[in-house]
Ligand binder design. Structure first.
Ligand SMILES: NC(=O)c1ccc[n+]([C@@H]2O[C@H](COP(=O)([O-])OP(=O)(O)OC[C@H]3O[C@@H](n4cnc5c(N)ncnc54)[C@H](OP(=O)(O)O)[C@@H]3O)[C@@H](O)[C@H]2O)c1
Length: 277
């Protein structure tokens, strides 16, 4: 089904009282905060990340809960803080949970910093599962929805980004499975698969800036808008951008050994082109 471009963004948010977001301090998460403030300024937004989002306005009902997902025990503390904010400020009404925090690391696994690779699993997978598990009873009781930010990396193995790509395959498959389980519960689950997006993600991952092949990249504001439109349309998955949708469809149909070999050539070539530039 094609996205209805006219699906109103406010339609997506009109029934919610609060949003719980991870990774609002930069990139796509920050774009979610800006968009929600514009479309539905009455919503209370609880953000979990290490840094506070540097956004100030009189209208913005942003509550920052500092939390490092790579540190054991911090998520539990973060959830307790969020639940007390909700009980105090918005005791009723539907809640939208956006699991967005994540990072990747470019390079061969053999040469990688192992603790950084394990951190990818903690932040991209473990935090999403723990937060969702701890907040789901509240979402179910009040009504709610979950948006999980996956990636087009979810559709095939990604050599040189091996742990990252596999973590996003987890996010996609877990979201789809959860959606089926929760179908009659009043909690809708959506997986969003952005292609390369112009945020701080690439430089943190060690990917050279400007190394994205033409036409598959987009901005973080686009990703936030596409996500909310897909939520309003009750989609299960949305891949951002028509070129990425075609690539994801082909990747899903071909044997994984083929797409893995193709991905190694593509990712390696893009990076070495930048190295030689
Ligand atoms: N940019 C892309 O090309 C792209 C493509 C597809 C999917 N995505 C996905 O989109 C999501 C957002 O990424 P982005 O592109 O917006 O990158 P970004 O600008 O680097 O934002 C990443 C966010 O994750 C948070 N985060 C990282 N480590 C964390 C930790 N240990 N604990 C808590 N929060 C942590 C960061 O907050 P703090 O540093 O303040 O903790 C930051 O707000 C990620 O899941 C990413 O995998 C990105």
């Amino acid at each position: 089904m094609l996205l209805d471009a006219n699906t109103s963004l406010s339609e997506a948010l009109k029934d919610f009282a609060a949003v719980i977001l991870t990774g609002g301090s930069s990139g796509i998460g920050k774009s979610f905060i800006k968009l929600i403030e514009k479309v539905q300024p009455t919503l209370v937004i609880c953000n979990l990340s290490r840094r506070s989002p540097d956004m100030f306005s009189v209208e913005l009902k942003l509550r920052h809960v500092p939390c490092d997902f790579s540190q054991e025990g911090e998520i539990l503390q973060g959830v307790e803080s969020i639940l007390s904010i909700l009980n105090r400020e918005v005791p009723e009404g539907r809640v939208l949970l956006i699991n967005n925090s994540g990072y990747g690391s470019f390079g061969r696994f053999l040469e990688a910093d192992l603790s950084n690779e394990l951190g990818i699993i903690d932040v991209n997978i473990r935090a999403m599962v723990e937060l969702t598990g701890r907040l789901l009873p509240t979402l179910k009781a009040r009504g709610g929805a979950i948006i999980n930010i996956a990636s087009t990396a979810a559709f095939q193995p990604t050599p040189l980004l091996a742990t990252y790509g596999a973590s996003k395959a987890f996010v996609l498959h877990w979201s789809l499975a959860l959606r089926e389980e929760l179908k009659s519960s009043g909690v809708h689950v959506l997986a969003v698969c952005p292609g390369p997006t112009s945020t701080g993600f690439g430089s943190r991952a060690g990917v050279k800036s400007g190394s994205v092949p033409g036409g598959v990249g987009h901005g973080p504001d686009d990703v936030a808008k596409i996500s909310l439109r897909a939520l309003a349309a009750r989609r299960a998955v949305v891949v951002c951008g028509w070129k990425n949708r075609i690539l994801a469809t082909f990747s899903s149909l071909l044997p994984k050994t083929w797409t893995s070999a193709l991905a190694l050539r593509l990712i390696g070539r893009v990076q070495s082109a930048k190295d030689n530039a």
